[in-house]
Design a protein around this ligand. Structure first.
Ligand SMILES: [Zn+2]
Ligand SMILES: [Zn+2]
Length: 267
C-alpha cells in the first residue's frame, strides 16, 4: 500500500479458549481429509497506539462455554488484563459480528462504545432469525446486550467502510454472517488486517476453501479478495480462529497465550 500512516499500532492476539475435538470437514467446505483433526482457537484482539486502545470482539462467557462444549482457558476479560488492559477502561470495542463467541462478553466493557455494521444488527434481529440453522451461531442474550447498548447511546453503527481512529478502518465483508466486518490497522511491519471470522483459518483464504458456517458463499469468496487487497501480504491477514497464530508470532513477554501481530512472523 502506498499510503503512509501517521500513527502505527501494537496489535495483540489473546487466546482465551480452545475447541480441540474438531475435524477438517467442520472447517473446510471442500476438505482433503474429512476426519483429520483440526482444532480451533478462540481469540480476542487488541490494538494500542497514539494513546488509544481498541479491542476487537468480546469473546464468550463461562456459561456459553459450558452450554456449547468449548474449553475456556480464562475469561476474555482476564486475557486482556494479562496484557495490562482493563476492559472497564477500554473506550472502543469493535464487534466483528454478533456470533456467540465474538459478542458474548459485552458486560466486561462497561464504559465502551461498541462498533457494529448496520447490516449485522439487521441480520441478527430480522427475519433470517426465523430459521434455526441461521440462528444457531447467535445467543439471544448477546443480541439483547447490543440492543441495550443502542438504547444507552453506546452502539455506533457503520455502513460499509469507516475510520474509527487515525489509520484504523473497518470494512464490511459479509458471507459468514449478514454484516461481518474486518479491521485494518497500520503497524511498523505494514497494513495488518484482523479478519475476524471472514476467514477462520489461513487454509480458508489461501485455498479459497470456505468455512462451512456460511450465509452467502459467493460473498465469502469475494471477501477473501477484499482482505487481500487491504493487507500488505498473506501474513498480514490474521484469521479469526487459527491455532497457527500462537505458533507463528512472538509472545508478549513470557505469556504464550498472547502474541504480537505487529512483529514479523517467526515461523
Ligand atoms: Zn462467526
Ligand atoms: Zn468465531
Amino acid at each position: 500500500m502506498a499510503d503512509t500512516p501517521a500513527v502505527t499500532y501494537e496489535v495483540l492476539a489473546l487466546r482465551y479458549g480452545i475447541l480441540a475435538p474438531r475435524i477438517q470437514a467442520q472447517n473446510l467446505l471442500m476438505p482433503d481429509d474429512h476426519m483429520a483433526p483440526e482444532p480451533l482457537d478462540f481469540l480476542v484482539f487488541a490494538i494500542r497506539g497514539g494513546g488509544r486502545t481498541i479491542v476487537m470482539d468480546t469473546g464468550f462467557t463461562p456459561a456459553s462455554a459450558q452450554r456449547r462444549g468449548r474449553e475456556l482457558l480464562c475469561t476474555p476479560s482476564q486475557a486482556l488484563q494479562n496484557a495490562g488492559i482493563d476492559p472497564a477502561k477500554v473506550p472502543d470495542v469493535v464487534l466483528s459480528h454478533m456470533h456467540w463467541d465474538h459478542a458474548g462478553g459485552m458486560e466486561y466493557f462497561s464504559n465502551a462504545q461498541f462498533h457494529l455494521q448496520e447490516e449485522e444488527m439487521a441480520f441478527c434481529t430480522g427475519a433470517c432469525m426465523c430459521h434455526p440453522h441461521l440462528r444457531r451461531p447467535f445467543d439471544v442474550e448477546d443480541v439483547v446486550s447490543a440492543v441495550r447498548a443502542l438504547y444507552a447511546d453506546r452502539l455506533r453503527f457503520h455502513k460499509g467502510t469507516a475510520e474509527i481512529a487515525p489509520g484504523v478502518t473497518l470494512h464490511l465483508i459479509g458471507g459468514h454472517s449478514g454484516g461481518i466486518m474486518c479491521m485494518r490497522v497500520p503497524t511498523d511491519r505494514g497494513w495488518v488486517v484482523l479478519a475476524g471470522d471472514t476467514t477462520h483459518l489461513w487454509a480458508n483464504i489461501r485455498g479459497r476453501n470456505p468455512f462451512p458456517v456460511v450465509v452467502d458463499v459467493a460473498r465469502m469468496l469475494r471477501g477473501y479478495d477484499i482482505l487481500e487487497s487491504l493487507a500488505d501480504g498473506p501474513d498480514h491477514i490474521i484469521p479469526g480462529h487459527d491455532p497457527l497464530i500462537l505458533k507463528r508470532f512472538l509472545p508478549l513477554g513470557d505469556n504464550r497465550e498472547i502474541v504480537q501481530l505487529h512483529q514479523p512472523p517467526v515461523g
